[in-house]
Design a protein around this ligand. Structure first.
Ligand SMILES: *Cc1c(COP(=O)(O)O)cnc(C)c1O
Length: 428
C-alpha cells in the first residue's frame, strides 16, 4: 500500500481498521482535554475499561463470602489461575497444560533456572544477548554465582558487530555452536527491549538443542506482541510479564511456559503447596507430589486481586486473537515508519535514525529512534505536547504503537508534533 502523510489518509485507514472499536475499551490519560498519543504500551499497557469490574467482583466476593470465596465465589479463588490456561495458551502457542500464571517475571525466570540451569562437569555456560534487560543480567550473574562460577567465564554474550545496532542471527547460531559442549543454557529475549529487534526463536531453540543445551526465553516484549509457537518450536521454558503489551496493570503477575516433555520428569524445582497435586492439596501431606504441568511450578496461593485485571485483559485478547492484532500491528508500525521518514525528508537532514530492523520479519510493535540532533529536549517537547514515549540512554526514544488501542491518526498527529518540535528547537 502507498501511504500518505495526511490526516485524511490516516483517518481513512482508521475507518478500515476492524479493531477500531477496541480503542474505546481502554482508558487514555488526557492532555488538554484529549487522549494522549500513547507509545509506551511496551512498558505499561493502558487500562482496559473492564478491569475495574473484574477487581470489584473479587472485592465483593471477599466482602460477602470471606474465606468461603476460595471455593464458592463465582470464580473460585483456589483455581482462579486455571482460567488463564486456555486464552494464554493461544497467545503463546502452547497447550493449556503448558502455561500458568504466578509471581512476577524475574522471580519466575529464577525459579525456572532452578530447573533448567543444571551445570554438570564442563557444561555450565549460559548464552544471552549483549545488553540484555538489566534484571536479566543481574539474574544471570547471581545464578552462576550460586553454582560457584565466575560470571565473566560462565556468561557468554552474543555481541553486536562494530557499528551495528542489531545482533546478527548468524552470530547467535555461530556462538551456540562455538560454546558447544560447554553450553548448559540459552536464555534469550524474544524481542529486544531497547531496539525492538525480534529474534528467530525457532532456529535458536534448534541450535541450542543440537549442542545439548536447554533453551528458554524471556518474552517480556514478545507476549501479546509477536506470533509465538512455543510448543511446536520445542522451547523448554519461557516467562513473560503481563503489564506491557498485555495490559494487566503495574507490576502484575507473570505468565510461564514449561514444555509438555518436562511435565512427567523429576526436574528439580523450588516447591510450594500450590504446585502440589490439586486434589490432595488440602490434605496437607508431607511429601511433595507436583501437578503434571506448568502448574507444578506454582509455589504460593495466588494474589487474586492482581489476577483479576489480568484476566480482564486476557479475555480481550481471546476475543480478538493474535492474528488480527499482528495484522494491524504490521500496518500501523509501517505507517509510523513512513511518517518518520517523511518528516525526516521534509526537514532535509537526518535528525533521527530508526535503529529497529527495517525488515518486517525482524520487528514488531516498536520503533526505536536514535535522536542525533535535539535529543533529550525533543523528548521533553513531545511529552509536554501529549506524546507519551520513553527515553533510553544515550539518545533513544522508543515508540510502540500498540494495535489494540493506537490509531493511524495518532501516528499522523505525532508526526506533526515531532516536526513542530524539531523546528522550534532548531530556532533556539
Ligand atoms: C520489563 C522486563 C522485565 C521486568 O521484569 P520484572 O521482574 O517484571 O520487573 C524483565 N525482562 C525484560 C526483558 C523486560 O523487558
Amino acid at each position: 500500500m502507498t501511504f500518505q502523510n495526511t490526516r485524511e489518509f490516516a483517518q481513512q485507514l482508521d475507518s478500515q481498521d476492524d479493531l477500531r472499536a477496541y480503542r474505546d475499551q481502554f482508558i487514555f490519560p488526557q492532555h488538554e482535554g484529549k487522549n494522549v498519543i500513547y507509545f509506551t504500551g511496551n512498558s505499561l499497557g493502558l487500562q482496559p475499561k473492564s478491569a475495574a469490574q473484574f477487581v470489584q467482583e473479587v472485592m465483593d466476593d471477599w466482602a460477602n463470602l470471606a474465606v468461603e470465596g476460595h471455593f464458592y465465589a463465582e470464580k473460585p479463588w483456589w483455581d482462579y489461575h486455571e482460567r488463564f490456561a486456555n486464552p494464554l495458551s493461544k497467545i503463546v502457542g502452547a497447550l493449556p497444560s503448558e502455561v500458568t500464571v504466578m509471581n512476577t517475571l524475574t522471580v519466575n525466570l529464577h525459579l525456572l533456572m532452578v530447573s533448567f540451569y543444571r551445570p554438570q562437569g564442563k557444561r555450565y555456560k549460559i548464552i544471552c544477548e549483549e545488553k540484555a534487560f538489566p534484571s536479566d543480567q543481574y539474574m544471570f550473574q547471581s545464578q552462576v554465582r550460586v553454582h560457584g562460577f565466575d560470571p565473566k567465564d560462565a556468561i557468554v554474550e552474543v555481541k553486536r558487530r562494530e557499528g551495528e545496532h542489531n545482533i546478527r542471527h548468524e552470530d547467535i547460531i555461530a556462538k551456540i555452536n562455538e560454546v558447544g559442549e560447554e553450553l548448559a543454557l540459552v536464555l534469550w529475549g524474544g524481542v529486544n527491549y531497547y531496539t525492538g529487534q525480534v529474534f528467530d526463536l525457532k532456529t535458536i531453540t534448534e541450535a541450542g538443542h543440537a549442542v545439548g543445551a536447554y533453551v528458554g526465553f524471556d518474552l517480556a516484549h514478545a507476549a501479546g506482541n509477536i506470533q509465538l509457537n512455543l510448543h511446536d518450536w520445542n522451547v523448554d521454558f519461557a516467562a513473560w510479564c503481563s503489564y506491557k503489551y498485555m495490559n494487566s496493570g503495574p507490576g502484575n503477575a507473570s505468565g510461564c511456559f514449561v514444555h509438555e516433555k518436562h511435565h512427567h520428569t523429576n526436574l528439580p524445582r523450588f516447591a510450594g503447596w500450590w504446585g502440589h497435586n490439586k486434589e490432595r492439596r488440602f490434605k496437607m501431606e508431607p511429601d511433595f507430589d507436583p501437578v503434571q504441568g506448568a502448574n507444578g511450578w506454582q509455589v504460593s496461593n495466588l494474589p487474586i486481586l492482581s489476577l483479576a485485571p489480568y484476566l480482564a485483559s486476557v479475555e480481550l485478547f481471546d476475543e480478538v486473537g493474535m492474528e488480527r492484532l499482528i495484522a494491524k500491528r504490521n500496518q500501523l508500525t509501517a505507517y509510523l515508519e513512513f511518517v518518520l521518514h517523511d518528516i525526516d525528508q521534509q526537514l532535509d537532514g537526518a535528525d533521527f535514525e530508526v535503529i529497529t530492523p527495517s525488515n518486517p520479519d525482524e520487528r514488531a510493535c516498536q520503533l526505536s529512534v536514535y535522536l542525533h540532533g535535539q535529543g533529550r529536549s525533543l523528548f521533553d517537547y513531545l511529552m509536554q505536547n501529549g506524546v507519551i514515549t520513553d527515553w533510553r540512554e544515550p539518545n533513544v526514544i522508543r515508540l510502540a504503537p500498540a494495535p489494540f488501542y493506537c490509531s493511524y491518526e495518532d501516528m499522523y498527529a505525532f508526526g506533526q508534533i515531532l516536526k513542530t518540535g524539531i523546528l522550534a528547537l532548531q530556532k533556539q
